[in-house]
Write a protein that binds this ligand. Structure first.
Ligand SMILES: C[S@@+](CC[C@H](N)C(=O)[O-])C[C@H]1O[C@@H](n2cnc3c(N)ncnc32)[C@H](O)[C@@H]1O
Ligand code: SF4
Length: 422
């Protein structure tokens, strides 16, 4: 999955609508600056597909319920727009290899395998892919999608991420899901048959959920011996139906007991909790998400997609137009961007830590300077404080959150908040 549930929110950057030409923008990004990135990080590609059969009441992703029937989905036009968007972005990633691709949504499994194949062929024709490049596709476990899993594999997808959420029909109903537990089980069986590696997304602390039910959900997922499991606590996001009509959620204490049980059960099943919400068997970590957490680069194409691109003296964030129709028209006219902004020097430490400290193994200390272009002295004070409070463990080369830091990540991350302007 491609979700990074917010731990604490970074202050929004000033967004600049990109009115300048490609040459002017490139020249601006390449000019000297106060940061020095010794090497560019690995590059991933994120592709957003913004449609679903129905909008779930808890979801704040850029996803829109299909109007009419599936036949009304403008698949061909959208893939053409993605290709045009990619084409326009090429000068900003020139000469770089793509390490991973993630086709997320929304529900990309609604697209025909032939369209996914056309998209992947177009990407391959324009960007060199690393050998063995991980290519993930997000799928919903409906019957209609399940029947296409083998065709997605044949189209070049190497990894499937299935949004199961729960195996309890009552909970699935309360979440407004369009599938039931039987369909979820059938989808996982099919995915296991079609793909060498796959992920199951689950959510916990669901409205009305008991500890026993949470354990039953976990047990049902683990019975399939998934190579990768992502387990998210349900959060009530602003501007969702659940924010307007909040369901009664389990108390914090119960949610925290659920997380303890999830950690125990996954560990007993041989899954390593390598990130706050991600559990994997050896050799099955999500390389795409790892690149986010290691503060790597990603080009984001598609409606509302976010991207992060590094240059020798700056880090740039991009956002594509959010509305699918506006995005398609924009991409066709060579103007798919909604905003583009340089990450402020003062924001970079928090941006880096927001990602890197989610990893249980932490990071090589040299990576901080390599990825942010800042000297380590920029975080000396918060790191000393974190160590004093027992929130991190470090030696000369390596730094990781302590058990306590991992459990109280917000307390740890707060130390890296930029000082308020005076
Ligand atoms: C883009 S969505 C999923 C793909 C697919 N459309 C689906 O729903 O099955 C990625 C994952 O984020 C998680 N997610 C979405 N909204 C969430 C929320 N409000 N709280 C916690 N997890 C959430 C779900 O587990 C979901 O599978
Ligand atoms: S199917 Fe997935 S992306 Fe679509 S609305 Fe539901 S949670 Fe969001």
């Amino acid at each position: 999955m491609n979700v990074l549930p917010p731990v604490i929110l970074a202050k929004p950057q000033a967004a600049v609508p990109p009115a300048a030409s490609v040459a002017e923008r490139l020249a601006a990004f390449m000019r000297p600056g106060s940061l020095t990135l010794a090497a560019l990080p690995p590059l991933s590609l994120y592709v957003h597909v913004p449609w679903c059969l129905k909008k779930c009441p808890y979801c704040d992703f850029n996803s829109h319920a299909i109007r009419g029937t599936l036949d009304d989905l403008p698949q061909r036009r959208y893939v053409d727009a993605l290709i045009a968007d990619l084409e326009a972005a090429l000068p900003f990633v020139w000469g770089r290899r793509v390490h991973t691709i993630f086709i997320g949504g929304g529900t990309p499994s609604l697209f025909a395998p032939a369209e996914i194949e056309r998209l992947l062929a177009a990407i391959r024709a324009r960007l060199p892919l690393e050998p063995g490049c991980e290519i993930t596709l997000e799928a919903n476990p409906g019957t209609f999608e399940r029947e296409r899993f083998h065709a997605f594999r044949a189209a070049g997808v190497t990894r499937l991420s299935i949004g199961v959420q729960s195996f309890d029909d009552a909970r699935l109903g309360a979440l407004g899901r369009v599938h039931d537990a039987t369909q979820a089980r059938a989808a996982i069986t099919e995915a296991r048959d079609a793909f060498e590696t796959f992920n199951i997304d689950l959510m916990y602390a669901l409205p009305g959920q008991t500890l026993a039910e949470c354990e039953a959900d976990l047990g049902a997922a683990l019975a399939f011996e998934p190579p990768h499991l992502s387990v998210y606590q349900l959060t009530i996001e602003p501007n969702t139906l659940f924010a307007k009509y909040p369901p009664k959620l389990p108390e914090d204490d119960l949610a925290s007991t659920m997380l303890d049980r999830i950690a125990e059960m996954t560990a007993s099943a041989g899954l390593d909790r390598y990130e706050v919400s991600a559990y994997a068997r050896d050799g099955h970590r999500a390389h795409h998400n790892l690149n986010y957490w290691e503060f790597g680069d990603y080009l984001g194409i598609g409606a509302g997609a976010h991207g992060k691109l590094s240059f020798p003296h700056r880090v740039v964030r991009q956002v594509r137009l959010r509305d699918p129709a506006a995005y398609m028209a924009g991409a066709e006219a060579g103007a798919a961007l909604a905003s583009e902004s340089e990450v402020a020097r003062a924001e970079l430490p928090l941006e880096f830590m927001l990602n890197a400290l989610r990893l249980r193994a932490g990071f090589e200390i040299a990576r901080f300077s390599e990825r942010t272009g800042l000297p380590l002295s920029a975080v000396a004070r918060p790191l000393d404080e974190a160590e004093r409070r027992g929130l991190i463990v470090r030696d000369l080369h390596h730094l990781r959150p302590s058990e306590r830091g991992f459990d109280f990540l917000n307390d740890l991350l707060e130390l890296f908040l930029p000082a308020p302007p005076t």
